[in-house]
Design a binder for this molecule. Structure first.
Ligand code: PMV
Length: 333
């Protein structure tokens, strides 16, 4: 039996009371994975092959307002105060997500979405974007949903969006069910006030191969992929231990090794997928040199050329000195 996205939405929303309001606003943070999501077992429902674990970036993310329009109107989408054309793939993705919440009714909406991060920063705004859109459209329909249900619905827009429903450290449980009803994220209770993430924007150019296509290519074309879920599972256990013990070296080393293993599977795909630019490699070498010189700093990378640094507050001065353009994010209050 196969399930469509509409089937899943129907199961979650079918019994919810419909209490429409005129407008509803929501916010969601960007998240950066310390153990990455790479590979889907179901591409329609965005069901992952492996669990992943992320940390949210406070204050960096998406504000979304959904406003009810007259029945019969066309959905309208604004991104960062600019109208998005109906032919644009962003418009189509947003409308496809709104469709999940209409349940056969002819409700029409205006969506105003504003990212508080520069798109060029290489921080995926699709995760915070679909999470905020999910909260806002559920709110405008008056559906009362818990965060687990919101996480499942956000996942239907973009996999990593299920993690952006929560703040702090978040684990996405891959689940086993064919309809994905057990594939949702949940927050970890720990906080780590000294933990910092440094964003290095190396290039603003758009991704050549998006994560959907990149994942599919990796899963299909490299024998190295079979090792990935095994390592991801082991890494998550070590990361959870490191978080519980506040062991920074263990956290950083595991996150960096995990990211580079993901990139190794990408590079070994065919045609090859190399998201790195020469500047990315230069940063990696600098980070490794700093570690040799005794500065505890680690790196992680996603499906793009930008590098994110992980470090603790006491070395922030050395990091700023080595990377004058770094944007430092304090991850916990
Ligand atoms: O959710 P997507 O389709 O944007 O994929 C995210 C993939 C990575 O950013 C590379 C890893 C992750 O877990 O965020």
């Amino acid at each position: 039996m196969t399930f469509s996205r509409v089937d899943v939405a129907q199961v979650i929303l079918g019994d919810c009371e419909y209490c429409p309001v005129d407008t509803f606003e929501a916010w969601s943070p960007v998240n950066i994975a310390l153990c990455k999501y790479w590979g889907k077992r179901n591409g329609v429902l965005n069901l992952p092959v492996n669990d992943s674990l992320s940390v949210a970036l406070p204050g960096k993310g998406t504000h979304t307002r959904v406003t009810r329009l007259q029945v019969g109107a066309k959905d309208i989408v604004f991104l960062n105060d600019r109208p998005v054309h109906e032919a644009d793939s962003f418009y189509k993705k947003v409308v496809a997500h709104l469709d999940l919440f209409r349940l056969g009714r002819s409700d029409r909406f205006r969506v105003d979405t504003v990212n508080t991060i520069a798109t060029a920063a290489g921080l995926a705004s699709s995760a915070s974007g679909f999470s905020a859109l999910t909260r806002a459209v559920a709110g405008v329909q008056g559906f009362s949903l818990d965060d687990g249900a919101l996480s499942i619905l956000a996942r239907l827009g973009s996999g990593s969006a299920c993690r952006s429903i929560f703040e702090g450290f978040v684990r996405w449980h891959k689940g086993e069910a064919v309809d994905g009803m057990d594939s949702c994220a949940a927050p970890l209770s720990q906080v780590w006030p000294g933990l910092r993430l440094g964003v290095l924007t190396l290039t603003g150019s758009a991704k050549k191969v998006g994560s959907r296509e990149g994942m599919a290519r990796t899963v299909e074309s490299t024998p190295l992929y079979s090792a990935w879920p095994v390592q991801a599972e082991a890494d998550i256990a070590i990361l959870e231990e490191a978080i519980a013990a506040r062991d920074f070296e263990q956290l950083g080393a595991t996150a960096e090794h995990n990211a580079l293993t993901m990139h190794a599977t990408m590079i070994a795909s065919w045609p090859p997928l190399l998201y790195w630019e020469p500047e990315s490699v230069a940063v990696m070498q600098k980070v490794w040199q700093m570690r040799e010189d005794g500065v505890p700093v680690y790196l992680t990378m996603d499906a793009g050329p930008n590098v994110k640094l992980l470090f603790e507050a006491q070395v922030e001065g050395s990091i700023r000195q080595a990377f004058p353009d770094v944007e430092v994010v304090k991850l916990f209050p």
